[in-house]
Design a protein around this ligand. Sequence first.
Ligand code: MG
Length: 257
Amino acid sequence: MIQIKNAKELEGMRRACAISAAALRYGGEHIEAGMTTLELDKLIYDYIVKHGAKPNFKGLYGFPGTACISINDTVIHGIPSRDVVIRPGDIISIDTGAKIDGFNGDNACTFACGKLDLEAQRLLDVTKESLYLGIAAAKAGSRVGDIGHAVQTYCEQHGFSVVREFVGHGVGKELHEDPEVPNYGTAGRGPRLVAGMTIAIEPMICQNDCKVKTLSDGWTVKTRDGGLAAHFEHTVAILAGRTEILTKGWDDPNIAL
Ligand code: MG
């Protein structure tokens, strides 16, 4: 069932999302060549706890980390590990969130370690832009399919492909709520967006083919063909006449951490 948030609940969402965004940006700013993904995860954990919130990924469905940290051909759900070392030229997707006062934030960004080759940079640029196009399509009165249509059209125009097996979702008192928000679809189809809905829009975009595989650890999702993948995510609130990006802090240097 889709949960509609009242004004007070939206305030709770703003707070949880602000901490989530700050934690994501903090993680991104601390990426360094030679660091392990477990070290990066610990920094994000400490940041969230220090700000009075709870890392809401940790323990959810048994996930061991504070953040999913996914490098290069890992699309999502990379488990922080002392065996995974970040190298120059890597693309590093961090997906993390915080819970406070009963509400959840969820956001993701693919960061670069040093200078990327042109194709990797283009994948990041296109995926990020597709997130904002998806958000622009997410208006009260529109439908969920409008979001996926906007993301898919833009990414495919640029020669990239959209993961089908994993999708965005409602966010609120639970990290994952209804509705599902696919990054592909048909405009004008799917549940109608109404004021008070809070949803995570999160394009997962592949350089080549969109087929993915889950490794035997039960979590790590990689592209089948070994191509790169990128992941950007905001939690947004559908309001009457406008849509508010609740996690905007990770992408706005003017917002103080
Ligand atoms: Mg999410």
